[in-house]
Design a protein around this ligand. Structure first.
Ligand code: NAP
Length: 415
């Protein structure tokens, strides 16, 4: 009897699980479901628009999603188009790969002022995610940006503004946003780390890139860099190199400030500065008209299933009988894209071993059910039509021009 597996979420962790199941359970069916008509989750909407080479992993993920026993069911929201319980009634096992799409909060005064954004909404905004189509980010008056956190998301957010328009020309940033960014009169970007440089969570390649930009120059105070050691993290030696840089004609300062803790956001009707405290207890206000908190994410409920402590409680990927979890929804927001592959494969192995066929229907009738409710399932061919339309409407050097709303995406689909 054929077994039917559903994976909720088509980001890397979900698709890597599908890839593995497709290989080890060739007679079974795997459906990868996504709330959006477009697959690939954070590859499309999290990886920065200027990191197109990172987005090239979609080729590998496409191979997995187009295997004979795998289907993509896009534009299907669990809890809206179909309940989790109803889905589980249709499938022998369900794997959650829903990520961690909620910003953690600092809990500081002024955090809700206009001009202060969490990285989840901010990154989705510059990546043209339909959820953030309406986010109001006023760039006109911005001269100083403060980015809170010293991980890769903070680097992405800082680099998007540190790069010159020329350096962003081959990105998939929307032309409208690229134009608004080009008009900015930006003077400084400050990254705030509450701990020392030895605790920075940047990966070396991403950090090095910050030293190679045309108009922006990294500043690191030598005093905070510990003496070199053979076994020190590579990021620390890169930061030491930054601290030894001689002045040059790059005008935009990217200040890395360590042992500096944010204590509040200043401003009356909108952000004017970020209040910080140094290791010695001194307080200071860093002027800022835009601040982005990049301090990590939590998972959100999948219909009736609630996360606890930011993730779905599990033991090695198993939540309960016939219900599993992978990726950030399983372990929290850590690791790079390749981290997900072995982990999702291990959970998929377990799913394949433990699932007993029970004559379930899988996706049979699902598209009809959703159509009756006024919805529309978008299959992989539908995504390919959206993909081609986005590529066709790109201008200049840009690889694509993303649609900003689901309605625009659905409009390019036949009948
Ligand atoms: P992250 O690497 O965990 O960094 C979060 C940062 O926020 C840390 O510096 C942390 O400091 C700081 N932080 C947390 N709570 C704070 C608070 N209350 N006050 C001040 N600072 C606070 O998370 P991320 O940058 O969001 O990245 C998530 C994952 O995606 C990471 O594994 C990252 O490598 C990955 N990613 C990779 C790439 C890439 O490969 N190009 C790009 C983007 C993201 P402490 O260390 O002191 O807690």
């Amino acid at each position: 009897m054929t077994r039917h597996f559903a994976i909720i979420g088509s980001g890397p962790s979900g698709v890597y699980a599908a890839e593995r199941l497709a290989r080890i359970a060739p007679d079974d069916r795997i459906d990868v479901i996504d709330r959006l008509p477009t697959p690939f989750g954070l590859i499309r909407y999290g990886v920065a628009p200027d990191h197109q080479s990172t987005k090239a992993v979609t080729r590998v993920l496409t191979r997995a999603l187009t295997r004979d026993n795998v289907s993509f069911l896009g534009n299907v929201e669990i809890g809206k188009d179909i309940g989790l319980k109803e889905l589980r009634d249709k499938y022998d096992a369900v794997i959650l790969a829903t990520g961690a799409p909620k910003d953690r909060r600092l809990g500081l005064a002024g955090e809700d002022l206009p001009g202060v954004f969490g990285s989840e909404e901010f990154v989705k905004w510059y990546n043209n995610h339909p959820d953030q189509a309406g986010l109001q980010v006023d760039l006109e008056q911005v001269e100083h940006i403060v980015v809170i956190g010293i991980g890769n998301v903070a680097l992405d957010a800082a680099r998007m503004f540190a790069k010159s328009p020329d350096e962003l020309a081959a990105s998939d940033l929307s032309p409208d946003l690229a134009e608004r960014m080009a008009r900015m009169r930006l003077k400084s970007i400050t990254l705030l780390g509450r701990r020392g440089p030895e605790h920075a969570k940047f990966t070396p390649l991403e950090l090095s890139e910050m030293g190679e930009l045309r108009r922006a120059r990294p500043n690191v105070k030598t005093a905070l860099i510990p003496p070199a050691r053979d076994d020190e993290p590579k990021t620390l030696s890169i930061l030491r190199d930054f601290s030894a840089l001689q002045p040059d004609d790059r005008k935009l300062a990217v200040d890395f400030r360590f042992q500096t803790r944010p204590t509040g956001f200043e401003g009356d009707r909108r952000l004017t500065g970020v209040r910080v405290e140094n290791a010695d207890g001194d307080e200071q206000i860093i002027p800022a008209q835009l601040a982005v908190t990049c301090i990590g994410y939590d998972s959100v409920a999948c219909d009736t299933l609630l996360p606890s402590g930011g993730v779905f409680e599990n033991v090695d990927g198993k939540i309960e009988e016939d219900l599993y979890v992978v990726g950030w929804a399983k372990r929290g927001p850590s690791g790079t894209i390749p981290t997900n592959r072995p982990e999702s494969h291990a959970v998929a192995n377990r799913v394949a071993e433990e699932t007993v066929a029970a004559g379930k229907s899988g996706s049979d009738g699902l598209a009809d059910l959703i159509r009756e409710q006024g919805g529309r399932v978008v299959d992989f061919a539908g995504w390919q039509a959206i993909d081609s339309a986005e590529i066709d409407r790109a201008t200049d050097d840009r690889p694509r021009r993303k649609f900003q709303t689901v309605a625009e995406m659905l409009a390019v689909l036949p009948g």
